[in-house]
Design a protein around this ligand. Structure first.
Ligand code: A2P
Length: 304
Protein backbone atom coordinates (compact mmCIF):
# COMPACT_ATOMS: atom_id res chain seq x y z
CA UNK A 1 0.00 0.00 0.00
CA UNK A 2 1.29 3.41 -1.06
CA UNK A 3 2.04 5.81 1.82
CA UNK A 4 2.56 9.55 2.29
CA UNK A 5 5.12 11.03 4.67
CA UNK A 6 3.81 13.19 7.52
CA UNK A 7 5.73 16.26 8.76
CA UNK A 8 7.05 14.19 11.67
CA UNK A 9 8.50 11.66 9.17
CA UNK A 10 5.92 8.97 9.97
CA UNK A 11 4.14 7.21 7.11
CA UNK A 12 0.39 7.13 6.51
CA UNK A 13 -1.23 4.68 4.06
CA UNK A 14 -2.98 6.77 1.39
CA UNK A 15 -6.14 4.69 1.49
CA UNK A 16 -8.10 4.00 4.65
CA UNK A 17 -11.46 2.53 5.53
CA UNK A 18 -13.94 5.17 6.67
CA UNK A 19 -16.28 4.16 9.51
CA UNK A 20 -18.69 7.12 9.83
CA UNK A 21 -22.22 5.68 9.71
CA UNK A 22 -20.87 2.12 9.65
CA UNK A 23 -23.55 0.05 11.28
CA UNK A 24 -22.51 -1.17 14.73
CA UNK A 25 -23.95 -4.58 14.03
CA UNK A 26 -21.76 -5.02 10.94
CA UNK A 27 -18.62 -3.02 11.53
CA UNK A 28 -16.68 -5.59 13.53
CA UNK A 29 -16.86 -8.23 10.82
CA UNK A 30 -16.34 -5.62 8.11
CA UNK A 31 -13.11 -4.32 9.65
CA UNK A 32 -11.75 -7.80 10.30
CA UNK A 33 -12.28 -8.83 6.69
CA UNK A 34 -11.06 -5.52 5.25
CA UNK A 35 -7.74 -5.88 7.08
CA UNK A 36 -7.17 -9.62 6.97
CA UNK A 37 -8.50 -10.34 3.47
CA UNK A 38 -8.56 -7.14 1.44
CA UNK A 39 -5.32 -5.48 2.54
CA UNK A 40 -6.59 -2.36 4.33
CA UNK A 41 -3.98 -1.06 6.79
CA UNK A 42 -5.56 2.27 7.72
CA UNK A 43 -8.78 2.72 9.69
CA UNK A 44 -10.46 6.06 10.22
CA UNK A 45 -12.53 6.15 13.42
CA UNK A 46 -14.05 8.70 15.80
CA UNK A 47 -15.71 8.49 19.18
CA UNK A 48 -18.80 10.31 17.88
CA UNK A 49 -19.37 7.54 15.32
CA UNK A 50 -20.54 5.39 18.23
CA UNK A 51 -18.91 2.23 16.94
CA UNK A 52 -15.38 2.24 18.38
CA UNK A 53 -16.15 -0.61 20.80
CA UNK A 54 -17.20 -2.83 17.89
CA UNK A 55 -14.11 -1.82 15.90
CA UNK A 56 -12.03 -2.63 19.00
CA UNK A 57 -13.39 -6.18 18.98
CA UNK A 58 -12.16 -6.53 15.39
CA UNK A 59 -8.77 -4.98 16.17
CA UNK A 60 -8.28 -7.34 19.07
CA UNK A 61 -9.03 -10.35 16.85
CA UNK A 62 -6.80 -9.06 14.05
CA UNK A 63 -3.83 -8.44 16.33
CA UNK A 64 -4.22 -11.68 18.26
CA UNK A 65 -4.37 -13.63 14.97
CA UNK A 66 -0.65 -12.93 14.65
CA UNK A 67 -1.08 -12.18 10.93
CA UNK A 68 -0.73 -8.41 11.29
CA UNK A 69 1.33 -6.53 13.87
CA UNK A 70 0.27 -3.28 15.50
CA UNK A 71 3.05 -1.46 13.65
CA UNK A 72 1.55 -2.45 10.29
CA UNK A 73 -1.76 -0.76 11.09
CA UNK A 74 -2.53 2.95 11.07
CA UNK A 75 -5.48 3.85 13.30
CA UNK A 76 -6.95 7.35 13.51
CA UNK A 77 -9.55 8.63 15.97
CA UNK A 78 -10.96 12.03 16.82
CA UNK A 79 -11.60 14.17 19.90
CA UNK A 80 -15.27 15.10 20.12
CA UNK A 81 -16.35 18.73 20.50
CA UNK A 82 -17.64 18.33 24.07
CA UNK A 83 -14.18 17.23 25.23
CA UNK A 84 -12.08 20.27 24.26
CA UNK A 85 -11.41 21.47 27.79
CA UNK A 86 -7.81 20.49 28.65
CA UNK A 87 -9.05 18.44 31.64
CA UNK A 88 -11.17 16.32 29.28
CA UNK A 89 -8.76 15.66 26.41
CA UNK A 90 -6.73 12.87 27.97
CA UNK A 91 -9.75 11.03 29.47
CA UNK A 92 -11.47 11.19 26.06
CA UNK A 93 -8.38 9.79 24.36
CA UNK A 94 -8.07 7.04 26.98
CA UNK A 95 -11.70 6.09 26.51
CA UNK A 96 -11.19 5.77 22.76
CA UNK A 97 -8.05 3.67 23.36
CA UNK A 98 -9.98 1.39 25.72
CA UNK A 99 -12.84 1.05 23.21
CA UNK A 100 -10.48 0.30 20.34
CA UNK A 101 -8.45 -2.03 22.60
CA UNK A 102 -5.24 -0.24 21.64
CA UNK A 103 -2.29 1.12 23.61
CA UNK A 104 -1.74 4.04 21.25
CA UNK A 105 -3.34 5.78 18.28
CA UNK A 106 -1.35 6.56 15.17
CA UNK A 107 -3.26 9.78 14.74
CA UNK A 108 -5.65 11.75 16.95
CA UNK A 109 -7.55 14.64 15.37
CA UNK A 110 -9.48 17.53 16.84
CA UNK A 111 -12.75 16.64 15.07
CA UNK A 112 -14.05 20.22 14.63
CA UNK A 113 -12.61 23.61 15.54
CA UNK A 114 -15.43 24.39 17.94
CA UNK A 115 -15.88 23.55 21.64
CA UNK A 116 -19.32 22.44 22.84
CA UNK A 117 -20.53 22.61 26.43
CA UNK A 118 -19.26 19.53 28.24
CA UNK A 119 -21.37 17.04 30.13
CA UNK A 120 -24.90 17.56 28.79
CA UNK A 121 -25.33 15.86 25.45
CA UNK A 122 -22.91 15.12 22.63
CA UNK A 123 -24.70 17.83 20.66
CA UNK A 124 -26.14 20.26 23.25
CA UNK A 125 -28.65 22.51 21.46
CA UNK A 126 -30.30 25.61 22.95
CA UNK A 127 -33.98 26.58 22.68
CA UNK A 128 -33.31 28.48 19.43
CA UNK A 129 -31.80 25.42 17.80
CA UNK A 130 -28.18 26.53 18.06
CA UNK A 131 -25.43 24.48 19.62
CA UNK A 132 -24.16 25.60 23.03
CA UNK A 133 -20.49 26.49 22.83
CA UNK A 134 -17.95 26.55 25.65
CA UNK A 135 -15.29 29.18 26.34
CA UNK A 136 -12.27 27.00 25.59
CA UNK A 137 -9.71 28.26 23.10
CA UNK A 138 -8.12 25.98 20.53
CA UNK A 139 -4.77 26.87 22.08
CA UNK A 140 -5.78 25.21 25.37
CA UNK A 141 -7.10 22.15 23.55
CA UNK A 142 -4.06 21.87 21.33
CA UNK A 143 -1.65 22.02 24.28
CA UNK A 144 -3.54 19.09 25.82
CA UNK A 145 -3.31 17.26 22.48
CA UNK A 146 0.45 17.88 22.47
CA UNK A 147 0.78 16.31 25.90
CA UNK A 148 -0.84 13.11 24.52
CA UNK A 149 2.15 12.83 22.16
CA UNK A 150 4.57 13.37 25.07
CA UNK A 151 2.81 10.61 27.05
CA UNK A 152 2.98 8.15 24.13
CA UNK A 153 -0.81 7.79 23.89
CA UNK A 154 -0.77 9.02 20.30
CA UNK A 155 2.00 9.08 17.68
CA UNK A 156 0.71 12.10 15.75
CA UNK A 157 -1.89 14.82 16.16
CA UNK A 158 -3.90 16.77 13.64
CA UNK A 159 -7.15 18.50 12.91
CA UNK A 160 -10.31 18.01 10.90
CA UNK A 161 -12.68 20.51 9.32
CA UNK A 162 -10.15 23.32 9.77
CA UNK A 163 -10.29 26.36 7.46
CA UNK A 164 -7.25 28.41 6.43
CA UNK A 165 -7.65 31.06 9.19
CA UNK A 166 -7.97 28.30 11.82
CA UNK A 167 -4.73 26.72 10.60
CA UNK A 168 -2.90 30.05 10.47
CA UNK A 169 -3.88 30.65 14.10
CA UNK A 170 -2.99 27.11 15.21
CA UNK A 171 0.45 27.33 13.61
CA UNK A 172 1.15 30.53 15.55
CA UNK A 173 1.38 28.58 18.83
CA UNK A 174 1.67 24.87 17.98
CA UNK A 175 4.83 23.30 19.36
CA UNK A 176 3.77 20.05 17.69
CA UNK A 177 2.53 20.86 14.19
CA UNK A 178 -0.67 19.19 13.00
CA UNK A 179 0.29 16.44 10.54
CA UNK A 180 -3.11 16.26 8.83
CA UNK A 181 -6.21 18.31 8.13
CA UNK A 182 -9.14 16.01 7.34
CA UNK A 183 -11.81 17.73 5.24
CA UNK A 184 -14.69 16.96 2.90
CA UNK A 185 -13.29 16.46 -0.61
CA UNK A 186 -14.86 15.06 -3.77
CA UNK A 187 -15.19 16.49 -7.27
CA UNK A 188 -18.20 18.63 -6.27
CA UNK A 189 -16.16 20.22 -3.45
CA UNK A 190 -12.60 19.93 -4.67
CA UNK A 191 -11.12 22.28 -2.02
CA UNK A 192 -8.19 23.26 -4.22
CA UNK A 193 -7.20 26.42 -2.30
CA UNK A 194 -7.36 24.82 1.16
CA UNK A 195 -5.40 21.78 -0.04
CA UNK A 196 -2.73 24.00 -1.64
CA UNK A 197 -2.40 25.97 1.60
CA UNK A 198 -2.11 22.84 3.76
CA UNK A 199 0.47 21.30 1.44
CA UNK A 200 2.48 24.53 1.47
CA UNK A 201 2.50 24.33 5.29
CA UNK A 202 3.60 20.65 5.11
CA UNK A 203 0.25 19.40 6.41
CA UNK A 204 -1.15 16.36 4.62
CA UNK A 205 -4.83 16.41 3.69
CA UNK A 206 -7.31 13.57 4.13
CA UNK A 207 -10.41 13.50 1.93
CA UNK A 208 -13.51 12.46 3.85
CA UNK A 209 -16.80 11.69 2.08
CA UNK A 210 -14.77 11.13 -1.10
CA UNK A 211 -17.75 9.46 -2.80
CA UNK A 212 -20.20 12.21 -1.83
CA UNK A 213 -21.18 10.68 1.51
CA UNK A 214 -24.23 8.58 2.32
CA UNK A 215 -27.82 9.82 2.43
CA UNK A 216 -30.09 9.82 -0.57
CA UNK A 217 -28.92 12.88 -2.49
CA UNK A 218 -29.54 12.33 -6.21
CA UNK A 219 -26.83 14.58 -7.55
CA UNK A 220 -23.70 12.79 -6.37
CA UNK A 221 -20.28 12.79 -8.03
CA UNK A 222 -20.66 9.01 -8.40
CA UNK A 223 -23.46 9.71 -10.88
CA UNK A 224 -21.71 12.50 -12.77
CA UNK A 225 -21.45 11.85 -16.52
CA UNK A 226 -17.80 13.01 -16.72
CA UNK A 227 -16.88 10.52 -13.99
CA UNK A 228 -18.97 7.76 -15.55
CA UNK A 229 -17.36 8.25 -19.00
CA UNK A 230 -13.86 8.12 -17.53
CA UNK A 231 -14.81 5.00 -15.56
CA UNK A 232 -16.00 3.30 -18.78
CA UNK A 233 -12.78 4.24 -20.58
CA UNK A 234 -10.71 2.48 -17.89
CA UNK A 235 -13.13 -0.38 -17.30
CA UNK A 236 -13.38 0.76 -13.67
CA UNK A 237 -16.26 1.91 -11.49
CA UNK A 238 -17.09 5.57 -10.77
CA UNK A 239 -16.05 5.03 -7.12
CA UNK A 240 -12.62 3.81 -8.25
CA UNK A 241 -12.24 6.92 -10.41
CA UNK A 242 -13.07 9.22 -7.48
CA UNK A 243 -10.60 7.41 -5.22
CA UNK A 244 -7.86 7.46 -7.87
CA UNK A 245 -8.50 11.18 -8.51
CA UNK A 246 -7.95 11.87 -4.80
CA UNK A 247 -4.78 9.77 -4.63
CA UNK A 248 -3.32 11.52 -7.70
CA UNK A 249 -3.89 14.86 -5.94
CA UNK A 250 -1.53 13.61 -3.20
CA UNK A 251 -4.40 13.20 -0.77
CA UNK A 252 -5.19 10.52 1.78
CA UNK A 253 -8.65 9.12 1.08
CA UNK A 254 -11.04 7.22 3.36
CA UNK A 255 -14.08 5.84 1.51
CA UNK A 256 -16.65 4.31 3.84
CA UNK A 257 -18.39 1.08 3.04
CA UNK A 258 -19.82 -1.87 4.92
CA UNK A 259 -20.46 -3.81 1.72
CA UNK A 260 -17.82 -6.48 1.16
CA UNK A 261 -17.62 -6.20 -2.62
CA UNK A 262 -17.41 -2.39 -2.51
CA UNK A 263 -14.72 -2.53 0.17
CA UNK A 264 -12.58 -4.63 -2.14
CA UNK A 265 -13.51 -2.46 -5.13
CA UNK A 266 -12.45 0.71 -3.29
CA UNK A 267 -8.96 -0.58 -2.50
CA UNK A 268 -8.42 -1.95 -6.01
CA UNK A 269 -7.13 1.28 -7.50
CA UNK A 270 -3.41 0.72 -7.85
CA UNK A 271 -3.42 -0.87 -11.31
CA UNK A 272 -4.38 2.19 -13.34
CA UNK A 273 -3.92 5.93 -13.41
CA UNK A 274 -5.78 8.92 -14.74
CA UNK A 275 -4.18 11.09 -17.41
CA UNK A 276 -3.62 14.81 -16.87
CA UNK A 277 -6.55 15.50 -19.21
CA UNK A 278 -8.82 13.20 -17.19
CA UNK A 279 -7.71 14.81 -13.92
CA UNK A 280 -8.41 18.27 -15.41
CA UNK A 281 -11.86 17.20 -16.61
CA UNK A 282 -12.78 16.02 -13.11
CA UNK A 283 -11.27 19.15 -11.55
CA UNK A 284 -13.68 21.23 -13.66
CA UNK A 285 -16.89 19.72 -12.27
CA UNK A 286 -16.37 21.47 -8.92
CA UNK A 287 -19.33 23.47 -7.61
CA UNK A 288 -18.25 24.06 -4.00
CA UNK A 289 -21.04 21.82 -2.84
CA UNK A 290 -20.82 20.24 0.62
CA UNK A 291 -22.71 17.11 1.56
CA UNK A 292 -21.60 17.57 5.18
CA UNK A 293 -22.55 20.96 6.62
CA UNK A 294 -23.10 21.30 10.37
CA UNK A 295 -25.57 24.15 9.88
CA UNK A 296 -28.11 21.33 9.56
CA UNK A 297 -27.24 19.81 12.93
CA UNK A 298 -25.97 22.67 15.07
CA UNK A 299 -27.65 25.73 13.59
CA UNK A 300 -24.25 27.41 13.32
CA UNK A 301 -22.75 28.64 10.03
CA UNK A 302 -19.41 26.95 10.68
CA UNK A 303 -18.04 27.26 7.15
CA UNK A 304 -19.31 30.79 6.44
P1 A2P B 1 -22.20 1.18 1.61
O1 A2P B 1 -21.58 1.33 2.96
O2 A2P B 1 -23.54 0.52 1.62
O3 A2P B 1 -21.24 0.56 0.61
P2 A2P B 1 -18.30 8.34 1.53
O4 A2P B 1 -17.09 7.50 1.66
O5 A2P B 1 -18.19 9.46 0.55
O6 A2P B 1 -18.83 8.82 2.87
O7 A2P B 1 -19.47 7.45 0.89
C1 A2P B 1 -20.05 6.42 1.59
C2 A2P B 1 -21.31 6.01 0.88
O8 A2P B 1 -20.99 5.48 -0.42
C3 A2P B 1 -22.01 4.94 1.62
O9 A2P B 1 -23.40 5.13 1.44
C4 A2P B 1 -21.53 3.66 0.93
O10 A2P B 1 -22.51 2.65 1.04
C5 A2P B 1 -21.37 4.12 -0.50
N1 A2P B 1 -20.29 3.42 -1.21
C6 A2P B 1 -19.11 2.98 -0.72
N2 A2P B 1 -18.37 2.41 -1.67
C7 A2P B 1 -19.09 2.48 -2.82
C8 A2P B 1 -18.85 2.06 -4.14
N3 A2P B 1 -17.72 1.44 -4.48
N4 A2P B 1 -19.83 2.30 -5.07
C9 A2P B 1 -20.98 2.93 -4.72
N5 A2P B 1 -21.25 3.36 -3.47
C10 A2P B 1 -20.32 3.13 -2.53
Amino acid sequence: MQTLTLNNKKQIPVLGLGTWRSDKAKVSQVVEKAVLEDGYRHLDCASIYGNEKEIGVALSKILSSGKISRGELFVTSKLWNTEHHPDNVEPACRETLADLQLEYLDLYLVHWGIAFVHGEKLEPIDDDGMVKTEAVSMKETWQAMESLVDKGLVKSIGVANFTVPMIVDLLSYAKVKPVVNQIEIHPYNNQKDLIDYCHKMDIQVTAYSPLGSSGDQNDKPLNNSVVIDIAKAHDKTPAQILIRWAIQRDLIVIPKSTDSSRILENISVEDFSLSKQEMDKINKINKNHRFVDPIEWWGIPYFK
